[in-house]
Design a protein around this ligand. Structure first.
Ligand code: NAD
Length: 294
């Protein structure tokens, strides 16, 4: 492993300036993390409201740090200045790494990836934060698939240390090395994985959620299961975690996994997730999921 890390260090291109497409939950978080760790980042969205949301989220996290005396107010302004909001591709020629974090829709992503590829320098690396779409399928939209791979952050970005760097069939070693270097520069722990439904983390998480659903079906109480898993030592139980992720996102990802692994992820009955989803209880984003938030 050490040998591999050294090899990556030697072949990585520079990752001194980044760009993120989409200023939503993930894009805003990625912009904050990059700026906080001294890598300036352009943050592009399609409308000003999106940008304002992303900037507000970053500002909120920074204000918390200042309030807790973990940061000087002047440093806060410096971090915010490293997030460069934009509605156009104007400065994209100056960036080394792009993270696409627009909505989880293959057609929108393909269109955006093709568009941005035409705006960046040929040696720049293009990545996608997709949770479920095949990297090889998305690579069909670009002209330089060797410069393209997955860069899968977890929510909330500033708290979750892991990043999956997903290699497509045509991704070059140099591209992987550059994304690994960028992930490390912004304080994350990258792991390099191949392209398959669920990549690595969701292949572990979703069978766990499946086991949780079966427990509920057998009559268990979700809050008790959460307490047990917390006592077991995990930071949160499955019901609370699903509320954080979003039940809509969770069900979508589960569908993709079930399609990818039909023999292992068979779904034979309706679960509590379906019932909550039908009631539009999507989790914290709607203030109600397994738990009630307001
Ligand atoms: P979101 O809906 O919060 O944000 C998406 C943003 O993209 C919006 O601000 C929207 O205005 C913007 N957008 C749409 N089209 C655009 C375009 N053409 N150019 C620029 N911006 C555009 O979504 P999110 O939850 O941040 O998810 C973004 C991506 O990250 C998805 O692929 C999702 O699967 C992935 N992801 C999400 C999570 C999560 O927990 N939310 C975790 C890991 C990965």
């Amino acid at each position: 492993l050490k040998k591999k890390a050294k090899h990556y260090e030697e072949i990585a291109l520079s990752a001194n300036k980044a760009a993120v497409l989409g200023a939503g939950i993930m894009g805003g978080g990625i912009a904050y993390q990059s700026a906080y760790k001294n890598v300036p980042i352009l943050m592009k969205d399609i409308n000003q409201e999106g940008i304002d949301l992303g900037l507000n989220e970053a500002a909120k996290l920074l204000i918390k740090r200042v309030d807790r005396k973990r940061m000087e107010p002047a440093a806060m302004a410096e971090v915010l200045n490293r997030i460069i909001p934009t509605l156009s591709y104007g400065d994209f020629k100056t960036v080394d790494v792009v993270v696409e974090a627009v909505v989880e829709n293959i057609d929108v992503k393909k269109k955006v990836l093709a568009e941005v590829e035409g705006q960046i320098k040929p040696e720049a690396v293009l990545t996608t934060n997709t949770s479920t779409i095949s990297i090889n399928k998305l690579a069909e939209a670009v002209k330089r698939p060797e410069k393209f791979c997955g860069m899968h952050f977890f929510n909330p970005v500033h708290m979750m240390p892991l990043v999956e760097v997903i290699k497509g069939e045509q991704t070059s070693e140099e591209t992987v090395a550059t994304v690994v270097a960028y992930a490390k520069a912004i304080g994350k722990t990258p792991i390099v994985v191949n392209d398959c439904p669920g990549f690595l983390v969701n292949r572990i998480l979703f069978p766990y959620f499946g086991a949780f659903s079966m427990l509920l079906r057998d009559g268990a109480d979700f809050a008790q299961v959460d307490k047990v898993m917390e006592r077991f030592g995990w930071p949160m139980g499955p019901a609370y975690l699903m509320d954080v992720v979003g039940l809509d996102t969770g069900l979508h990802a589960e569908g993709v996994m079930a399609e990818g692994f039909p023999d292992r992820m068979k779904r034979e009955f309706k679960t509590a997730l379906d019932v909550l989803y039908e009631a539009k209880r999507y989790g914290q984003k709607t203030n109600a999921g397994f738990y009630q938030y307001k």
